[in-house]
Design a protein around this ligand. Structure first.
Ligand code: ATP
Ligand code: LTN
Length: 331
């Protein structure tokens, strides 16, 4: 290590990215690459847990990479790659599965939510956090920027790292999560009790690539409440507080101070839509440019995978040796 903290995060290629992904995670990813050693990954093996259509998975993986470049991930500063291109992730995941407890996995709320919504629940969906721990620990990661919904997974990753280190001697860096103060939990505009999500396909999800008219319309129709008081109080006023959180995050303020500027819901909705469109329009433009050059995206990902593999292979070797697996080939 160079003394610069290592940052790692991942995103699933499960469809168009939304405002929650941008405000909760991606904007932090971009910020971190300037002063940290940043490694970012499109986690296609995680997407397999819900058996996506193969053509869609392929398209979504490349689209996710194009989106990361469009929001400002700079391949000269960050390592950007696709998880399945570095097979060390799947290999270390097995060791993680043997380190995590069945009871620990059973307590994960993301598993409970997703398994309740699915007809077929794969074993991979259950062991998903073990693969996520593998992603993080392979890179001697210090910091993991994520939205609030990932807090539990990162805490479990820390527990796994500590247990492995106790069992086998010092092997892994124990990482910390970084969750933004505003925008960590962007809620669905139509149902502010649910987080904005790719997989729920709600009319209350705002896509990063959505036309500005459509974004404005969605904010205009956002569910609020029957009072007429602008106040930040997520418990009793989830819809209004969500709008305040989004506007605060888009403009770098606090939701409480934004609330002081408004007496009515209409102007709050209009200004939030404008601020979001201002944030999204350059991203849409860059995405359109990049999509016309798929070769460039493939080149960036290939270079990223080579860089990632070098680090991942060294960590995996350390874990194998410490756990008592014999060398792959005689030295
Ligand atoms: P899905 O809904 O299919 O589970 P997702 O929309 O949650 O997907 P992920 O790929 O799981 O997207 O998440 C990528 C990053 O975006 C994670 O760091 C996650 O914490 C963050 N994120 C996702 N949804 C939100 C949200 N509504 N608000 C803030 N951050 C979010
Ligand atoms: N589980 C995460 C995606 C993810 C991730 C990671 C995030 C996979 N591996 C490693 C941070 C670090 C999600 O659903 N958002």
């Amino acid at each position: 290590m160079t003394g610069v903290a290592r940052v790692f995060s991942g995103i699933q290629p499960s469809g168009g990215m939304h405002l929650g992904n941008l405000l909760g995670a991606l904007r932090n990813w971009v910020a971190y690459q300037h002063e940290h050693d940043a490694v970012y990954c499109v986690v296609d093996l995680h997407a397999l847990t819900t058996a996506p259509d193969p053509d869609e998975l392929r398209d979504n993986t490349l689209a996710a990479a194009a989106m990361l470049l469009s929001v400002g991930i700079d391949p000269d500063r960050s390592t950007l790659f696709v998880q399945s291109s570095v097979s060390e992730h799947a290999e270390l995941a097995w060791m993680m599965e043997c380190t995590v407890g069945f009871g620990e996995l059973r307590r994960m709320t993301q598993f409970k939510d997703k398994s309740d919504r699915s007809e077929f629940v794969s074993a991979g969906l259950f062991t998903y956090p073990a693969l996520q721990a593998s992603d993080i620990l392979l890179y001697d990661t210090d910091l993991v920027p994520v939205g609030d919904d990932q807090r539990q997974h990162i805490e479990l990753c820390r527990d796994i790292a500590e247990r492995f280190n106790r069992r086998y001697g010092d092997t892994f860096t124990v990482p910390a999560h970084v969750i933004p103060t505003a925008g960590a939990r962007v809620m669905d505009l139509q149902n502010p009790a649910d987080k904005m999500s790719k997989s729920l396909e709600s009319a209350g999800t705002v896509g990063v690539l959505e036309e500005s008219e459509s974004v404005t319309r969605k904010f205009k129709r956002a569910v609020t409440d029957s009072e007429n008081e602008v106040r930040y109080d997520p418990g009793t006023k989830p819809g209004v507080s969500n709008l305040l959180g989004i506007l605060a995050s888009a403009t770098g303020r606090t939701p409480e101070s934004v609330a002081d500027d408004y007496a009515q819901y209409g102007p709050l909705k209009a200004d939030t839509a404008d601020a979001v469109n201002e944030l999204l329009s350059p991203i849409r433009e860059r995405y359109a440019e990049l999509s016309s050059d798929p070769g460039e995206i493939a080149r960036v990902l290939a270079t990223g995978a080579d860089k990632a593999r070098t680090v991942a292979a060294a960590t995996l070797e350390r874990a194998r040796t410490n756990a008592g697996l014999i060398p792959r080939s005689p030295a």
